[in-house]
Design a protein around this ligand. Structure first.
Ligand SMILES: [Zn+2]
Ligand SMILES: [Zn+2]
Length: 199
């Protein structure tokens, strides 16, 4: 893979990890089969995870939270759907369990220690070595080995409507009208509503 692109994605995400590598490979398929998002070629991505891989998807395809063309569905699956608005061509890229590589007990144990911040310097170094090695194996694999890709036609989600801003009668901050709750006949924002709920 293009080293410069890898460096850019890696610095956007903060580190190189197997999840990022999966995202890079999925994004490459999306770029090949659907194309990148641009002003005149609108692409919408639906991601079913909110983990590392999504950073590569955002960086490489131009589908981002801020632009509203990245939709997160909290299903906990490493699946990425891309829809091209003009012809509604879509692909769903589903990561195969085997894509992550052979289970490695040493890696798994060190990962657990690392996450609990219990790893010493030597263990951290060894963990990084194994972790990056697993990421590199994913990057070197043929995309067809990593994913099941389903091609289909899908209606893209409607573009976001512009909503009125309503002032919360509790905290005074304004929020989009679709996010306002009514509590005892007052208009209340979600965080304020949640405070009342637990009282
Ligand atoms: Zn990561
Ligand atoms: Zn409020």
């Amino acid at each position: 893979m293009h080293t410069e692109l890898l460096n850019q994605v890696q610095s956007f995400h903060g580190h190189l990890c197997p999840g990022l590598a999966i995202g890079i490979q999925a994004a490459k398929i999306a770029l090949r089969d659907i194309g990148a998002h641009s002003a005149d070629e609108e692409v919408v991505a639906i991601v079913e995870t909110d983990m590392c891989a999504v950073d590569a998807v955002q960086f490489m395809t131009g589908c981002t939270f801020g632009k509203g063309n990245l939709i997160f569905r909290d299903y906990g699956k490493n699946a990425f759907t891309f829809i091209r608005r003009d012809d509604e061509k879509a692909i769903r890229i589903l990561t195969r369990p085997a894509a992550w590589g052979e289970p490695d007990a040493e890696h798994r144990e060190l990962f657990a220690k690392f996450r609990k911040r219990l790893a010493n310097a030597a263990e951290k170094a060894r963990f990084q070595e194994l972790h990056v090695g697993r990421a590199m194996r994913i990057l070197e694999a043929a995309p067809a080995e990593l994913f099941d890709v389903e091609v289909m036609t899908l209606k893209p989600p409607k573009t976001a409507r512009i909503h009125r801003a309503i002032r919360c009668e509790e905290c005074g901050e304004t929020a989009m009208e679709t996010r306002i709750r009514i509590f005892r006949e007052r208009w209340i924002c979600i965080p304020c509503f949640e405070k009342f709920e637990v009282r």
